[in-house]
Design a protein around this ligand. Structure first.
Ligand code: FES
Length: 139
């Protein structure tokens, strides 16, 4: 089972029932990766909520930092959902509080480990480069 933080209110998520596509824009490498999400294969990994952007990134072989192990306690998994945000679960207060600690917030910002698309739309995700650098340089 994917990681869950027992100390926070559970996010209300809706898992997809049909295949959909996530496009990852990786700012650090300027790579674009398109991945087809297959609901039958969820969860792809053990970090983040089942079906979250972080979970799907694992399946797509896309690296997103996740210092706390995907339990809504670090904000290093900050991503921006530039398309399909309406198809994702609403951020909980705990997610919003944690997001407030991330740099470069936009209205499209979410925690990758807490954001679960329901598959009714294709999704486009930007992974900011500075997030990785911040962790690598130990700031
Ligand atoms: S991995 Fe720590 S908040 Fe998402």
């Amino acid at each position: 089972m994917a990681g869950v933080n027992p100390y926070i209110k559970a996010a209300k998520t809706e898992l997809p029932v049909k295949k959909f596509t996530i496009t990852f824009n990786i700012e650090e490498t300027k790579e674009v990766k398109v991945f087809e999400v297959d609901p039958a294969k969820l969860p792809y990994g053990r970090t983040g909520l089942e079906g979250s952007i972080l979970d799907i990134a694992y399946g797509a072989n896309v690296e997103i930092d996740h210092s706390c192990g995907g339990v809504c306690a670090c904000a290093t998994c900050h991503v921006q959902i530039t398309k399909g945000l309406e198809s994702c679960n609403k951020a909980t207060e705990d997610e919003e509080d944690m997001l407030d600690t991330a740099r470069g917030l936009t209205t499209e910002s979410r925690l990758g480990c807490q954001c679960v698309p329901n598959g009714t739309q294709d999704v486009v995700v930007t992974i900011p480069a500075w997030n990785k650098n911040m962790v690598k340089e130990g700031h």
